[in-house]
Design a binder for this molecule. Structure first.
Ligand code: SGN
Ligand code: CA
Length: 539
């Protein structure tokens, strides 16, 4: 009898141990892919009018696509700080691109590292300081360069010859293949610089796209009549604020020749030479014929064009280069996904594709982001996790970059710190919507006065409505009916038909600000810091 129970005890305990080690072995890998300024309008899984992105679309087809994913503050470094900390901007303190990130804060890669994960980061971080919690990093300084980029590593700085999107991908694949400890699960951040301004494509794509014509957005000629002061005073209109040299690839020599016929003069006519001069002789030889052809067309046609034609021409130049950069991103992501398939890693790897924010692709006549309006506030979000996410799922829930850290930790079975403000999306990923009761999300943009001059504002956004308060040097409210006016052309805040809903949304906004601990006092603190800090340098 005794013998039998001892035998039973031993076999039960060895069963438990084997289950535990199986569970341990089953910890999912995380591959977090993020691009810089990649608008959902330029991903065919969202919208196929501009470009086909077959590789990125694989994640939508094999996983979930969120149609209402959004950021908490539509600008680069603050978005990254929110992703890393799981906290809103006003709590983590990284309100804009200029202030340094407070590195005493806990970021989610550190927690993964403490929990036995291998961690790595390659590409654009855009902090004034290096990442913590990663076993290996190679990051671009500040915005980084498209051609022959410099990289900061633990061992010092280096420069790699080639095109940035290819290089970041090579580093990622090399690490996955050769450098990581195969015994441990990994959490890897693969962060593209593209398609950030000034949109320098690889030469072959530049050539291909510079000959294509793309459909214009319906609101390209928006005159901002239905909106307030902020939309009217922002400096991101394609016709009025896009630079000929820096953005449209017109050489300074061409501009000098044409100075009498150009209505607006570039504020930095040598902008063209910033990225171009990084290219070596062989690389320049590939770019020159395309640049020459663009310059010749410009010289010949520009003086005869009406303002409307000029806007159209500048829009085409912009979107050609932007989409050409995306084609490289898409192909490179395909290389990484293929490697995951080939190596057998795909099965147990959560792959996420997102952008640090959305982007205006000519909607409202704009480029850039910053606003709580859809194209900038929403961001692409696709997640593949075999056996957990049903293929081809679409979710309209209001999810934010604030939720990423809690989601990754939860998926890996790691306790989520209580002070993180986001929520785990794992139940949504696994198809359980019963416990998801979020109605509204909170948004707050601070970087003003600064480049593009988008006024400070905070907002409450639900699937139906968007209530925005622009403050600091104005005090204006806007309300958009997201269902009836998806292009956000008409502020209905003062429309009596919306009086009841305005009242209700104000209450919801008060509750939201309380829940997330934001306040007018905090706004003032950040304004004071802006004006009185020695550290603050205008971009
Ligand atoms: C640069 C760009 C801006 C852009 C900011 C922030 N100008 O300053 O157009 O809004 O970055 O972008 S450029 O002349 O340098 O191209 S962010 O994505 O990093 O927030
Ligand atoms: Ca960005």
């Amino acid at each position: 009898m005794k013998k039998i129970s001892l035998y039973l005890l031993l076999s039960v305990s060895s069963f438990i141990v084997s289950c535990q080690s199986k569970k341990e072995a089953k910890k999912p890998n995380i591959l977090f892919i993020m691009s810089d300024d990649h608008a959902y309008q330029a991903i065919s899984a969202y919208d196929d009018r501009l470009i086909q992105t077959p590789q990125i679309d694989r994640l939508a087809n094999e996983g979930i696509r969120f149609t209402n994913a959004c950021v908490t503050n539509s600008i680069c470094a603050p978005s990254r700080a929110t992703i890393l900390t799981g906290k809103h901007t006003h709590i983590n303190g990284k309100i804009d691109n200029v202030m340094p990130f407070d590195t005493t804060q806990v970021t989610f890669p550190q927690i993964f590292q403490q929990n036995g994960y291998q961690t790595a980061m390659f590409g654009k971080l855009h902090f004034g300081n290096n990442p913590k919690g990663v076993d290996k990093f190679m990051i671009l300084p500040d915005q980084g360069n498209y051609i022959n980029p410099d990289l900061i590593t633990e061992k010092g700085d280096t420069t790699i010859i080639g095109y940035v999107t290819d290089i970041i991908t090579d580093l990622t694949i090399d690490w996955l293949k050769e450098e990581r400890d195969q015994e441990k699960p990994f959490m890897m951040m693969y962060l593209h610089k593209a398609p950030h301004r000034p949109w320098w494509p690889k030469a072959d794509k530049f050539e291909k796209y510079s000959r294509m014509t793309f459909p214009e957005p319906e609101t390209l000629f928006d005159n901002y009549e239905g909106r307030g002061t902020a939309a009217k005073t922002a400096e991101m209109n394609i016709l009025n604020h896009m630079q000929y040299g820096h953005d449209s690839k017109i050489r300074p020599e061409t501009l000098a020749e044409m100075k009498d016929v150009l209505p607006v003069v570039d504020s930095f006519p040598n902008g063209f030479y910033g990225p171009y001069n990084r290219a070596n002789k062989e690389q320049k030889a590939l770019y020159d014929p395309i640049v020459d052809s663009i310059n010749n067309v410009f010289k010949e046609n520009w003086p005869k064009m009406t303002d409307e034609e000029k806007m159209r021409w500048k829009y085409q130049r912009y979107i050609q280069d932007y989409l050409a950069c995306i084609e490289s991103v898409d192909e490179n992501i395909g290389r990484v996904l293929d490697y995951l398939d080939k190596s057998g890693l795909a099965e147990n790897t959560i792959v996420v594709y997102t952008s640090d924010q959305g982007f205006f692709l000519g909607e409202h006549g704009w480029f850039d982001k910053r606003f709580a309006y859809n194209e900038s506030f929403k961001t692409p979000l696709l997640i593949r996790w075999p056996e957990h996410i049903k293929e081809g799922t679409v979710s309209e829930e209001m999810v934010q970059n604030l939720d990423f850290a809690p989601t990754f930790l939860d998926a890996a079975g790691i306790k989520v710190p209580e002070d993180m403000q986001g929520e785990s999306l794992v139940p949504l990923l696994e198809g359980d919507t019963s416990k998801w009761d979020r109605e509204d999300v909170y948004y707050h943009f601070y970087e003003y006065p600064s480049i593009h001059m988008v006024k400070r504002h905070y907002a409450l956004v639900s699937k139906e409505y968007k209530l925005i308060h622009f403050y600091h040097d104005v005090d204006e409210w806007e309300l958009y009916d997201r269902k009836k006016d998806p292009m956000e052309m008409k502020n209905v805040y003062d429309d009596p038909e919306y009086a009841e809903i305005v009242k209700e949304l104000h209450q919801r906004l008060i509750a939201m600000r309380k829940k997330y601990k934001d306040s007018d006092e905090l706004n003032q603190k950040y304004i004071d810091r802006f004006y009185h800090s020695e550290e603050y340098k205008h971009e």
